[in-house]
Design a protein around this ligand. Structure first.
Ligand code: GDP
Ligand code: IMO
Ligand code: MG
Length: 434
């Protein structure tokens, strides 16, 4: 199984960064295939915390190739800052490769992200404000600037001559007072291009060659399946396809290459920004989970909304992604609660609902129905150590029941279990390694 895709099964922030960092130890290549710096993937190594936004989490493992694929949208200033920070902390970025086809987030995309949100008044998406939506919109409208343009000053200038006046008109119409200056945007971005050019290549063939040579390639999803532009809670979604199918298209390899898909399932549910969230907890239990789980955005610092695990969501995304294994994270956060609830289905006007309706007016009126399980006590660090040494059977029996319940409902085995924030706090239940 040389190609493994890691996908967020909920609304993002499931702990993909930590899972990818763990699996990257066994991989040769780690690829980001969609999203941009709306992503925030935290990895804690010992006492050191890394927050990655554009660079694949595999960069933290020396010697691995890290690829930013064609499906990603790149803010070049943010990327350079991220690379500088990594290097300052002793992380080599020599093995980074950036697709020449990836689209660039331009300054006007960030302005338009803000302006569009303001126009939405009562129906704000609650975007990260990083220009993600406008950049993907331009890509689809064939108005994008790609990395191959960024590294070619003349091509960049030519494109901007057309784009800057066009974007100025839109900003004016939105009542945004910003004046765009073609020459300064071109200068700044040509400079970014000069600094990034050494990493920019046609990455698809590089990944395909690695796969042909039986090297192990790990695809790192960003956001979550419920934020997918097609399958998520539209319009409260991001602007890319976050599902496993896009791992191939977003990195330029054949879909037949993809062998395994791990769904990262947080043991409860969180969501940042607006949109329906049937199992949301607005009481003290929700607050307690938020505090204990440190549920504050890695990118924007916003408080994440918390709720019970919703199996309607995870089963829906299992069907979309074809999970061959579950990486369950943050189960430690649920310790110390008397009762745990798991949403098994919804009811709408008394009728049972087992999937996610397209119409959010319906979803908003769906009432979550819960199965109740008994909670377990917090595990002391020594107990966690023992579990990591002895395995599944050393877990509290009620925690095992919780895990088995989720596995049975989803029809997929838990292959990795997160028991804490640190790199080593993960119980590996795979029958065989990569
Ligand atoms: P991502 O966007 O999916 O990579 O997730 P984030 O990094 O934004 O958010 C997940 C947070 O949970 C981070 O702060 C991680 O360090 C932390 N985390 C990941 N796995 C675990 C776990 O098993 N237990 C605990 N307590 N924290 C975890
Ligand atoms: P990671 O990779 C959680 C959410 C935003 C907003 C919506 C649209 O860390 O899991 P956008 O800026 O993408 O146009 O915002 O999507 N969102 C995320 N929520 N984790 C993320 O990434 C997210 N990326 C975007 O909060 O609701
Ligand atoms: Mg995150």
């Amino acid at each position: 199984m040389p190609a493994l895709v890691v996908i967020g099964s909920q609304w993002g922030d499931e702990g993909k960064g930590k899972i990818v960092d763990y699996l990257a130890d066994e991989a040769d290549v780690v690829v980001r295939f969609q999203g941009g710096n709306n992503a925030g993937h935290s990895v804690k190594i010992g006492e050191e915390l890394f927050a990655l936004h554009l660079v694949p989490s595999g960069i933290l493992r020396p010697g691995k190739m890290a690829v930013i694929g064609n499906g990603v949208v790149i803010d070049p200033g943010v990327l350079l800052e991220e690379l500088d920070n990594l290097q300052k902390r002793g992380i080599s970025v020599d093995n980074l490769r950036i697709s020449d086809r990836a689209n660039v987030i331009m300054p006007y995309h960030k302005m338009l992200d803000g302006a569009e949100e303001r126009m939405r008044a009562g129906a704000k998406v609650g975007t990260t404000g990083r220009g993600i939506g406008p950049s993907y919109s331009d890509k689809v409208a064939r108005l994008g600037i790609r990395m191959c343009d960024l590294v070619d000053e003349r091509a960049l200038h030519e494109k901007l001559e057309f784009l800057v006046p066009l974007k100025q008109k839109i900003l004016d119409a939105y009542g945004d007072a910003t004046r765009l200056d073609l020459e300064s945007i071109c200068r700044e971005h040509s400079d970014y291009g000069r600094r990034l050019v050494k990493y920019v290549i046609d990455t698809g063939p590089v990944i395909t060659d690695a796969l042909t040579a039986k090297k192990k390639v790990l695809f790192e999803g960003a956001q979550g399946s419920m934020l997918d532009i097609d399958h998520g809670t539209y319009p409260f979604v991001t602007s890319s396809q976050t599902v496993a199918g896009n791992a191939a298209s977003g990195s330029g390899v054949s879909p037949l290459c993809l062998d395994e898909v791990f769904g990262v399932v947080k043991a409860y549910t969180t969501r940042v920004g607006s949109g329906p969230f049937p199992s949301e907890l607005t009481d003290t239990i929700g607050q307690r989970i938020a505090e204990k789980g440190g549920e504050f955005g890695t990118t924007t610092g916003r408080a994440r909304r918390c709720g019970w695990l919703d199996l309607v969501v995870t089963k829906y995304t299992a069907a979309l992604n074809g999970y061959t294994g579950i990486a369950m994270t943050k189960i430690d956060v649920l310790g110390g609660l008397d009762e745990l609830r798991v949403c098994t289905h919804y009811t709408f006007d008394g009728v049972k609902v087992t999937t996610i309706p397209a119409d959010l007016r319906v979803l908003e009126r769906c009432k979550p129905e819960y199965f109740s399980l008994k909670g377990w006590d917090d595990m002391e660090p020594a107990r966690t150590e023992r579990v990591l040494a002895e395995g599944f059977s050393a877990l509290p029996s009620r925690m095992r029941k919780y895990i088995r319940f989720v596995e049975k409902q989803m029809g997929v085995r838990v292959v990795l279990l997160g028991l804490g924030r640190r790199r080593n706090e993960i119980l590996d239940l795979r029958r065989k390694r990569w």
